[in-house]
Ligand binder design. Structure first.
Ligand code: HGY
Ligand code: MN
Ligand code: MN
Length: 406
């Protein structure tokens, strides 16, 4: 059975890598901290008897063999990279829950027919390079390995070079083989489970997402000498656009989410008018048509502001992810496992994006959520209880066992 304290201990040890003073974690994708967290996972997985493979974009697969070698694996996992001011559980929970399942199977000497792969996906967060879920997108054939390896971080370092630098440019081809089932355990990152006092969410799907980089170009000028009415201030334009994006979102019912949170200003000097401002938009909604309508209204508003202010605007749509429905058979197996274990559960939707949303394209997929304190995530204060983490892992254990033996 699941060992609550062992799982918690592993979490606390993992959380020391990239620990921030306020109790959070900073492990940006392909950083030294990412390397260190990967190495710890690999050590633990090997100690648990797993064979570790790394693919060409750095996804790590720790395999516990099945009795029938040729059966497709049951896969579970998540990510170890974090936001710059991230928490201890976003991502790490899914990886360590998978590891705890393997350790528990070992404790009771339980064999499964199909192999079990615990996976660490590369760069789920997408805050260092351009796009989220890089590793799982290559694995599922949505983007090419070459494209991902060429992507640059803000310092001009490429994904491919950084992957080599940290020693995780593996030799295995990315994906291309069948997967029996993919389960991902994750903290909810929202308040619903905690408010309901329920420890497990059976996740039925995830909302869609569209992301953009907007480049606004004006003209540099002297902050002291250029009269206000003669300026083409790209940052002022971006600020007005940000406000308009927020206003447009409130025109929909239910209100979608739209976020501007990464801004790069050139030359970023306090006494030069900003010649160029780049900013990101992250927009999400469970309904595909609403998401498309939101895009049109937001971008029209930005174009109108640019025209009014005599600024140039370039719009790059960096990702489009449709709303996802998870596999009904696997969702049912999560509900049933919770019932049989006497653990309360509720059906819910994921408001965040996950590697599971990509895996759903190629394999039967479902997610298990557990509560996090006050729903706080992407924040150093992110917290969860050992009991809730263990409850989700108990359900994970049952559904993996069932999928691997059916
Ligand atoms: O942004 C997301 O939804 C994910 O947590 N990276
Ligand atoms: Mn996550
Ligand atoms: Mn995250």
């Amino acid at each position: 059975m699941i060992n609550r304290d062992r799982q918690w201990q592993s979490h606390m040890e993992m959380a020391q890598i990239g620990a921030t003073p306020a109790g959070g974690v900073c492990r940006l994708a392909l950083s030294d901290e990412d390397r260190e967290s990967r190495a710890l996972f690999v050590r633990w997985a090997e100690e648990a008897g797993c064979t570790v493979r790394v693919d060409r974009v750095g996804n790590i697969f720790a395999r516990r063999p099945g009795t029938e070698k040729e059966l497709p694996p049951v896969m579970t996992g998540s990510h170890l990279d974090t936001q710059p001011l991230g928490g201890r559980f976003d991502g790490a929970y899914g990886v360590l829950a998978g590891l705890e399942v393997v350790r528990s199977l070992n404790d009771s000497d339980t064999q499964t027919r199909a192999p079990i792969d615990v996976v660490v996906w590369t760069d789920e967060e997408g805050c260092r390079f351009t796009s989220k879920t890089m590793g799982s997108m290559v694995f599922t054939g949505m983007v090419s390995e070459e494209m991902v390896c060429e992507v640059l971080d803000p310092d001009g370092k490429s994904f491919g070079d950084e992957l080599k630098r940290i020693g995780y440019a593996g030799s295995e081809p990315c994906g291309g083989y069948p997967i029996k089932a993919y389960f991902e355990a994750h903290i909810e990152q929202g308040p619903l489970l905690e408010q309901a006092g329920i420890p497990v969410g059976a996740v039925v799907g995830a909302q869609g997402q569209r992301c953009f980089i907007i480049t606004v170009t004006g003209e540099e000028g002297h902050a002291g000498t250029l009269p206000m009415d003669q300026r083409r201030d790209s940052f002022l334009g971006a600020a007005r656009m940000t406000d308009a994006i927020n206003r447009v979102a409130f025109e929909f019912d239910p209100v979608p989410v739209a976020t501007v949170a990464h801004v790069q200003v050139r030359p970023n000097s306090r006494n030069t008018i900003a010649g160029e401002t780049k900013f990101t938009i992250d927009s999400r909604h469970p309904d595909a048509d609403t998401l498309a309508a939101l895009e049109e209204k937001m971008l029209d508003a930005c174009r109108d502001i640019a025209e009014d202010m005599k600024l140039d605007i370039a719009i790059d749509r960096t990702s489009v992810a449709p709303p996802v429905s998870f596999d009904i058979t696997l969702i049912d197996s999560i509900r049933n496992a919770a019932k049989e274990l006497g653990i309360q559960y509720m059906d819910m939707f994921s408001a965040a994006g996950h590697d599971a949303c990509k895996l759903a394209e190629i394999a039967p997929t479902a997610m298990i959520f557990v509560p996090c304190e006050k729903g706080i995530s992407h924040n150093e204060l992110e917290n969860a209880t050992p009991e809730d983490l263990a409850a989700g892992t108990k359900v994970l254990f049952e559904v993996i066992l069932q999928a691997a033996n059916s």
